[in-house]
Write a protein that binds this ligand. Sequence first.
Ligand code: FMN
Length: 188
Amino acid sequence: MSPVSVPLPKAYRLLNHGPTVLVTSAHGERRNIMAAAWNMALDFDPPKIAVVIDKNTYTRELIEASGTFALNIPSRALAEATVAVGSASGRDYDKFAEHRLATFAAEQIAAPLLEGCLAWLECKVIPEPHNQQQYDLFIGEVVAAWAEPGVFHDGHWHLEADAPRSIHYVAGGAFFETGETFNVGQRG
Ligand SMILES: Cc1cc2nc3c(=O)[nH]c(=O)nc-3n(C[C@H](O)[C@H](O)[C@H](O)COP(=O)(O)O)c2cc1C
């Protein structure tokens, strides 16, 4: 299925459960992808997210040059690729070509979006030089968001038994897969 647009005030729900993401970036002819387990939703409207991007990464260079990046939410099918793109730098080779990762164009930013993911958030950096320098912490405003309608629609995840799920990195190549959904209703 083709990705469908997620209303921006609902974009935080793509990250609320803490999935590991793939950060894509681009500047001029250069593009890159890395894994990031340290990310979170930060606000509803306008939606904002936070992600840690280490100083040594090539991704950091491209994000600082372009002021934009995307968070791509992979499923288990991309777990090996997640570890691979999180274990070597794109300064040395094109990770998309090396790992046969297909992309499609984002709407608002130059960074490519990774095919086969469950959802995508296009972000513009909100400059916070102290946090970036001191903590490697980048805050982004989400300017467009997309999801596979089979797993996220009407502002909610719909993870049927056989649905692909997002993944949560532990360490040493081990992940949890997003588990069973249960609902206690809303009060008030
Ligand atoms: C599963 C996983 C999660 C990671 N999470 C983060 C993270 O949150 N922040 C970070 O700076 N690096 C993280 N890394 C490390 C980067 O992905 C790694 O340094 C990567 O090689 C950088 O690539 P680049 O130099 O091409 O940008 C993670 C690695 C893995 C395997």
